[in-house]
Ligand binder design. Structure first.
Ligand SMILES: *Cc1c(COP(=O)(O)O)cnc(C)c1O
Length: 380
């Protein structure tokens, strides 16, 4: 039996044609021919004014923190459950992350825990739309405004998701998307920074190009900055994917519905949720096994791999990682963030690649049910 991968893209002739055109023609005076199409089209899709195509979501978050004026001595709040790319840029700018708990249903930043994590040093919060779900954005924006904290949205996993009919990536001062090969819309590697603020946008553009004014031909730099740029081939791939984004998002939701039909009646297993005012795009279909069944995510991943099924662990709390073991903020989080610490040991991401067939999903579900069944004795 072939291996069932945990994630992966959906590439058609359109993508191949656009990339072929870019590698053939996007040179000399046409070097930016795909950037000038991809960036405004992406901004329009999300409902933002400005977009900058970048080599990664990590670089988009780095530029956002720099342009928001975050630096040494500042704290930035992140949810304890996310990929470290959300928080690593906080260290790049010399600031310190602080880890707030997640909500038990959305698995995104919990509003009350966010507010409780604020200190006089807090300068910004990076909200994460985990696995395609959305946090309670109204509450978060309200707390941030009352405390004068900048909101940056890590929308890496949530292209096409919505909160109260507004698209993921349209909230706060700035937002960041990832087009890594595992993400719903991919350019292989890549990212996008979005904002509605002209000054902020100008500052990001400038910092992304070694501190050059746009259009600078004199190679005359006012500041030491960074070199963050997407290639034309990536921009071409991104534009082709964007023109198919509704198809990509619909397929993601369809894959989730296959899992939901097969697994939702299983006692002791919980899947991704979708609140009434949210559209979840299910970047990763995720199952949480009841703690009472005493089967950990690590055990499940090993067993599933024996049947050629790739799964991934639900993220470990950032505050539990060796990378952050030296921080007093981690110690606090370890005692406070009970939801993150209760869920994480028993949750895993199931295969969610866009190439999955209904038979693949049936095979994954049969294996998972058999495992839970044999470890719990509670078969249906
Ligand atoms: C994938 C991901 C990133 C990082 O994206 P890159 O393009 O690899 O830098 C950031 N945050 C979250 C939540 C992600 O899932």
């Amino acid at each position: 039996m072939e291996r069932i991968p945990v994630s992966g893209p959906w590439i058609t002739k359109k993508e191949i044609d656009y990339v072929t055109d870019a590698v053939t023609n996007a040179w000399y005076g046409n070097a930016n021919m795909y950037h000038v199409r991809f960036e405004p089209a992406f901004a329009a899709y999300v409902g933002r004014r400005y977009a900058i195509a970048l080599p990664s979501c990590t670089s988009a978050l780095h530029l956002s923190l720099l342009s928001a004026g975050v630096g040494p001595g500042d704290e930035v709040i992140v949810p304890d459950i996310t990929w470290i790319a959300t928080s690593a840029p906080i260290s790049y700018v010399g600031a310190t992350p602080a880890f707030a708990d997640i909500d038990a249903r959305s698995w995104c930043l919990d509003v009350r825990s966010f507010e409780a994590t604020i200190t006089p040093k807090t300068k910004a919060v990076i909200v994460v739309n985990l696995y395609g779900n959305m946090p309670e954005m109204d509450g978060i924006l309200d707390v941030a405004e009352r405390h004068g904290i900048a909101v940056i949205e890590d929308a890496a996993e949530s292209i096409g998701s919505e909160y109260k009919d507004k698209k993921a990536g349209s909230f706060g001062l700035a937002s960041a998307f990832s087009f890594h090969g595992s993400k719903t819309l991919t350019t292989g590697e890549g990212g996008m920074l979005l904002t509605d603020d002209k000054d902020f946008y100008d500052r990001c553009r400038y910092l992304a190009d070694h501190g050059r004014k746009p259009g600078d031909k004199a190679f005359y730099n006012a500041e030491v900055a960074y070199k963050y740029k997407m290639s034309s081939m990536q921009a071409a791939l991104g534009l082709a994917q964007l023109e198919r984004v509704d198809e990509l998002v619909t397929r993601k939701r369809e894959i989730f519905s296959w899992y939901h039909q097969a697994l939702s009646k299983m006692e002791g297993l919980r899947l991704n949720s979708e609140a009434p005012d949210v559209k979840n795009t299910y970047w990763m279909v995720t199952g949480i096994v009841d703690a009472s069944l005493s089967v950990t995510k690590e055990q499940l991943i090993i067993e599933m791999a024996k049947s050629n099924i790739d799964c991934r662990p639900f993220f470990y709390p950032l505050s539990s990682l060796p990378a952050y073991s030296h921080l007093p903020q981690s110690e606090q989080a370890r005692s406070r963030n009970t939801v993150a610490y209760d869920i994480s040991p028993f949750a895993l991401n199931l295969p969610s690649g866009l190439n999955l067939t209904r038979d693949d999903v049936a095979c994954v579900c049969d294996n998972l049910l058999a495992l839970i069944c044999s470890s719990s004795g509670a078969c249906i």
